[in-house]
Design a protein around this ligand. Sequence first.
Ligand code: GTP
Ligand code: MG
Length: 188
Amino acid sequence: GLRKKEVNVLCLGLDNSGKTTIINQLKPPNNSNHLGPLSSEWKHVSQTQAQDIVPTIGFNIEKFKTSSLSFTVFDMSGQGKYRNLWEHYYKDSHAIIFVVDSVDKLRMVVVKEELDTLLQHEDIRDKKIPVLFFANKMDLQDAMSSNKVTQMLCLDSIQDKPWHICASNAIKGDGLQEGLDWLQGHIK
Ligand code: GTP
Ligand code: MG
């Protein structure tokens, strides 16, 4: 039969933004044979959901399949001391998921710095890969809207790559499907 196209997705963003929680939501729940809360399109290759999520050290690799694609997701640590690992994976990436903690207004300037550094990197600059932003933690009272996050990160200035932003609640899974459907549709 036809081989599924293999794509590498980088999951980036500051520590505590919710990257691992989002990826964990894509896995089937524990103690069950049926699929996770997301559409049956996304199948995790081996594991079920973790019960508790701890800060990522370095990075983790997760594999998913949909009907047409085979995804390898690189769940990078967002801690300052590990952010220098990100760039080693830019060259081979086909898409980026960039997660923002919508409550963490104080660190939005740091998010903007990291995003600008990413988009200007020589291995990313000239690639037309899709960038999906999650304005995560939308369930919390002080969360900024996705419009506000768009404005604070000047996302409208991204001209050379398709990008999209979704408000999300990674704990319940809200917003994830919309974002991933968009991403899948824009991977070349
Ligand atoms: P690093 O691995 O350190 O880079 O962090 P991370 O981006 O992987 O964050 P992680 O998924 O570990 O989540 C950090 C904390 O935020 C955890 O306590 C999560 O339960 C919480 N969290 C993640 N997403 C949401 C959300 O949508 N809403 C709320 N209320 N909490 C969230
Ligand atoms: Mg993590």
